[in-house]
Design a protein around this ligand. Structure first.
Ligand code: NDP
Length: 402
């Protein structure tokens, strides 16, 4: 039915390309383009071998709008799936507007020189996309992405009013490396070393990074120490569900990971300003990324599961009720299916599903949208079909107590 152009050939881009190829009734022609073409070629060869589908490849610097426009005009996609880095969001949105195609991504825009996550820059494109009759779907990975769909699903089916939301994200996997991040190290470390923030009684409460933590019980995994972080989907969720009195995001970290991170911070390796080194300007965090394992190299010996979900408390028919919706995903199984680890998989599969719902018209509407603003039911149905089964528990004590 449609040509699709995927930008970014990292851990997530690879999963998106595999899953689009596995749904070739919807994604009739696929192009994978990135800064380093050899990575696209390697993924295309793997897809040819595993699924018998040809994926075209190209080199592009997505920071350069003119290069993106030229690529879009030559390949003629209906939709661009941006799974490069958050820095590329605005140039790719500009290119989509100029060339007249739909857009989607999995992470909100960040300027390179300040670690600042907010939707304002991308929401500012709403009128331009509307007027062009084009759609931009923002943050359609797992978190952001599926977590907003879960919240919208709970709101639609189980609550008259939602009061408390806790998004709980656990990676209980073991990749056997001393220190590695599961998605792009630069973006990951910028996110974790930020002050934490959560929503309470109509305002943002800022806390020192990693200062609130407690064990949370995860299905099939058990209790894991979990830390309150700021995560971008909180911004759109509290806007779209204004009854929420509190909304928080929790993520697990092992002690060894935190110790490495503390040392790296203490010695200045997580700095994002330029320093002089042998007559050159270098950014320590960019250098650190270059020496850490790439997220797409972790899959082969990864064992264990991820568990990500939403714990919600609210009111239905005048009675208090709770709801927990989640997915568990196994690293070794995702590696067998698409040669990717579960963090890339849980991001790439929702991205493919969002693209599928846009291209088949189910989620298509002009403007700029976050995932919770669209009908959650077809998304959940596809998660169950595409390798991310959704589980739910209603009205039993939540694994995380309030
Ligand atoms: P990787 O670092 O593995 O891959 C990033 C890819 O983007 C690389 O192929 C890189 O190319 C390419 N790229 C970078 N800059 C450019 C550019 N200017 N032009 C073209 N291509 C470029 O990252 P991941 O795959 O782990 O993550 C991808 C995205 O997914 C990130 O934005 C991340 O924040 C997001 N994410 C979202 C999650 C969610 O649940 N919503 C969870 C995890 C990740 P090169 O190889 O040349 O460097």
């Amino acid at each position: 039915m449609a040509n699709v152009l995927i930008i970014g050939a990292g851990g997530v881009g690879s999963v998106v390309a595999h899953k689009c190829a596995m749904n070739s009734n919807v994604f009739t022609t696929i192009m994978l383009a990135s800064r380093t073409k050899s990575k696209c070629d390697r993924i295309a060869a793997e897809i040819q071998e595993m699924h018998g589908v040809t994926v075209q490849t190209a080199q592009v610097d997505a920071d350069v709008v003119a290069e993106m426009v030229a690529l879009i005009r030559s390949f003629k996609p209906v939709l661009v799936i941006n799974v490069a880095l958050p820095y590329q969001d605005l140039p790719i949105m500009d290119a989509c507007l100029e060339a007249g195609v739909h857009y989607m991504d999995t992470a909100n825009y960040e300027p390179k020189d300040v670690a600042k996550f907010e939707y304002s820059w991308q929401w500012a494109y709403k009128e331009r996309f509307e007027q062009a009759g084009l759609m931009a779907l923002l943050g359609c990975g797992f978190d952001p992405g599926a977590t907003q769909v879960f919240t919208a699903y709970a709101n639609k089916h189980y609550f008259d009013r939602m009061d408390y939301l806790d998004i709980v994200d656990c990676n209980a996997g073991n990749h056997g490396k001393a220190f590695a991040t599961n998605f792009n190290p630069e973006i990951n470390i910028r996110e974790i070393t930020q002050p934490g923030r959560y929503w309470e009684n109509g305002e943002w409460i800022e806390i020192p990074a990693m200062s609130i933590h407690k064990p949370i019980d995860y299905p099939e995994i058990g209790a894991r120490e979990s830390y309150v972080l700021y995560h971008e989907e909180l911004e759109s969720l509290v806007k779209n569900f204004p009854t929420l009195k509190r909304a928080r995001f929790w993520m697990t970290f092992g002690q060894a990971y935190l110790t490495h991170l503390e040392v790296l911070q203490n010695v200045g390796m997580t700095r994002i300003d330029k320093v002089q080194f042998q007559g050159m300007d270098i950014v320590p965090l960019e250098f650190l990324k270059a020496v850490l394992p790439a997220p797409d190299s972790l899959g082969e010996n990864y064992t264990g599961q991820t568990s990500i979900g939403c714990q919600i408390k609210g009111v239905k028919d005048g009675e208090e009720r709770t709801c927990f919706i989640w997915n568990n995903c196994d690293h070794a199984e995702t590696y067998r299916e698409v040669r990717g680890q579960a963090v890339s998989y849980t991001t790439g599969v929702p991205a493919m599903i969002g693209a599928m719902l846009m291209l088949t018209g189910v989620w298509m509407k002009p403007g700029v949208w976050n995932c919770e603003e669209l009908d959650p039911d077809p998304f959940i149905e596809q998660m169950n079909r595409q390798g991310l089964p959704v589980q739910e528990r209603i009205n039993i004590p939540l694994p995380h107590e309030y």
